[in-house]
Design a protein around this ligand. Sequence first.
Ligand code: M6R
Length: 369
Amino acid sequence: EKAGYDYFMLKEIAEQPKAVADTLLGRIDGSGTLSLDEVRIPPEVLREVDKVVIVACGTAYHAGLIAKYAIEHWTRVPCEVELASEFRYRDPILDQRTLVVAISQSGETMDTLMALRHAREQGAKVLAICNTNGSTIPRESDAVLYTHAGPEVAVASTKAFLTQLVACYLVALYLGQVRGTKYGDEIRDVVRDLSRISGAVERVLETMEPVRELARSLAHKNTVLFLGRHVGHPVALEGALKLKELAYMHAEGFAAGELKHGPIALIEEDLPVVVVVPSPRGRSVLHDKIVSNIQEIRARGARTIVIAEEGDEAVVPYADHLVRVPATPTLLQPLVATVPLQVFACELATARGNEVDQPRNLAKSVTVE
Ligand code: M6R
């Protein structure tokens, strides 16, 4: 069943280009138009939506954090993202014009299910993004957009995460298309970029050997930090979560701009810090700011592991280890930047002798609140 791989996780990491392509299949066309007829919420209802609220747990929550950037940018509708376990306990403000998006690979996560039940009781419409046909969360939602990752067996979510991102982009772009925002041309361009993205994921996978080597050399470390900005911040959180659950190491993700507000005190000699660098094209201010952050932490002794776009030369002098990813539009970068972090965590877990597919204390689907 593992198709020659030592672990399901390795197989599932390798399946990501196909999972991404399958999730796009039939939903976008060459002219840059989306057809999401399966989202049975009528366009006139979607046009009236005045707030989007995303609820999810763990890795799916990180997909939601990235979705917020895409939804707010392409639709100009305010979007909140909340841990499903916190949602109903704070008496959230919801009504008929709220679109709640519940993201869950398994479709059985109790925290997410209770959040969506609460949302529907308040009259909100719920759209599920789910990988498991006929599971409870899509059954109880108004509509569902299935991710086509295929069964994910390893407890650590990898291919499901990438397909959740794709589904989130589709929802954001579709909302933009239906509502006719001024981003019409950009939306058409991004739809075309998305149709090529699975090839970019494939290219990342082909260049992972140095990342594996690096991971093995860090097996004796206690702490790894992750930094990012913009959509790179949730990517940093996801990299840290993977390392916690697989390698049982202390790992934390930070927004790079927060460094000076506290976390920089953690930096000490030879501490590995992974930095996810935004594209130097487009939002170049962010890029320049993060390059300064890399300089700051390196001056204090950090061992910098830099994930940067091909052709980004500005990072070279400050990177102890440089991992290249293909150039993508900023909002889509998480699809390529997350992959090295998955490989890194998986290899570190193996080097530390941990059970990769079945980490201690964890279950694949968490059906208790
Ligand atoms: O099945 P779900 O997507 O609802 O699961 C949510 C989380 O439990 C899940 O993503 C968890 O954080 C993974 N173990 C992360 O790798």
